[in-house]
Ligand binder design. Structure first.
Ligand SMILES: Nc1ncnc2c1ncn2[C@@H]1O[C@H](COP(=O)(O)O)[C@@H](OP(=O)(O)O)[C@H]1O
Ligand SMILES: [Mg+2]
Ligand SMILES: [Mg+2]
Ligand SMILES: [Mg+2]
Length: 318
């Protein structure tokens, strides 16, 4: 099958990173360090990025990686203690890790969008991670602007009897989920609109990451009467792909109308939903454009659906 090696390496890398995140949560109360844009980052974000970037670089040395974090601040004297912690957590996954190698591995993620690249969010939903809620490790391979492979680990997500879900999709080959702790893969499909129990929508917990008022109005216009399920991270894409909800709305926040979505906040989730039979566009109906830069400069807002209700949602947005 096409992309077999990419898929296997991505699964190994993301699973290692997710284990690291779970260890951090088990062993300490993760603290937020503030980045220059004042958003939070933790030792687990850095550690997860080191694990994934090191694994990818070894197997695909020519592929650029466009990842959220970078190690510049971590290298400063004031960060010696957190860097030591990052290094210890990475060591549990990759024994040869040291503070020096770990910062180098993190910075493998400073690549640029090009004809073929990986994009990584080492922890999507850092605020959820800090709150003990949902978070995800999200990795995707993009070629000529088209997402080809996506692997999304949601360690805190429960579907059926399983907590800790790994979503995997390859373009044209469908989407599956499997227990993050190991076990067999199960093919997933979005829910049909007649599936009333799942005829509901998901949105961010963080009100500043969307427009909750408009999101509920649009969902209602599409015929959804149930309250939204609020969850952090790309676990929302997983919920739509696995048929737990039929719609995920992320409309520009009135507080940051010029915000442009980041590619790593979407790429893995998009292919998982598309391969599960769903549809993803921006709020004007355009496909998300992963060919430009780390930001989705040609898009505003994101609409993720079971496909069936997509046009109705877009019409309500016009
Ligand atoms: N004003 C804004 N509008 C939309 N998304 C934003 C935003 N500010 C930050 N984000 C993004 O929202 C992501 C979390 O999404 P969600 O609310 O669905 O959990 C963050 O990812 P990180 O947690 O990886 O930094 C961050 O990239
Ligand atoms: Mg962040
Ligand atoms: Mg993110
Ligand atoms: Mg992140």
């Amino acid at each position: 099958m096409a992309y077999e090696k990419e898929k296997e390496i991505a699964i190994a890398a993301v699973t290692g990173a997710a284990l690291l995140c779970q260890e951090v949560r088990r062993q300490m109360v993760p603290e937020a360090m503030a980045k220059q844009d004042r958003s939070p980052v933790t030792v687990a974000d850095f550690g997860a990025q080191a694990v994934v970037c090191k694994t990818l670089r070894e197997l695909f040395p020519n592929d650029p990686i466009v990842a959220e974090e970078d190690a510049a601040e971590l290298k400063t004297a004031a960060m010696a203690k957190p860097l030591q912690q990052v290094s210890q957590y990475v060591q549990a996954i990759i024994p040869e890790a040291t503070p020096e190698t770990v910062t180098r591995w993190i910075d493998y993620g400073n690549g640029s969008v090009g004809p073929r690249y990986w994009t990584l969010d080492p922890i999507d939903g850092t605020k959820g991670f800090l709150r003990n809620d949902q978070y995800a490790v999200a990795l995707a391979l993009v070629e000529a602007g088209e997402i080809k492979v996506g692997v999304l680990a949601c360690p805190a997500l429960t579907i059926g009897d399983t907590t800790g879900i790994l979503f995997i999709a390859v373009r044209g080959a469908g989407a599956v989920m499997q227990p993050l702790s190991g076990g067999s893969a199960q093919s997933i499909q979005v829910a049909a609109s007649i599936d009333w129990a799942h005829f509901r929508f998901v949105e961010s917990v963080e009100s500043g990451h969307g427009n909750q008022e408009q999101q509920s109005a649009i969902a209602q216009a599409a015929g959804i009467t149930a309250d939204s399920l609020r969850m952090d991270s790309q676990a929302k894409y997983g919920a739509v792909a696995a048929g737990e909800a039929v719609l995920y709305l992320r409309l520009p926040s009135p507080k940051s109308p010029d915000y442009r979505e980041k590619i790593w906040d979407h790429a893995a989730g998009v292919i998982v939903v598309e391969e599960a039979g769903g549809r993803v566009t921006d709020m004007t109906g355009r496909p998300l454009d992963f060919s430009q830069s780390a930001k989705l400069v040609n898009n505003r807002g994101v609409v993720v659906s079971n496909g069936e209700i997509h046009d109705k949602v877009l019409a309500a947005l016009q």
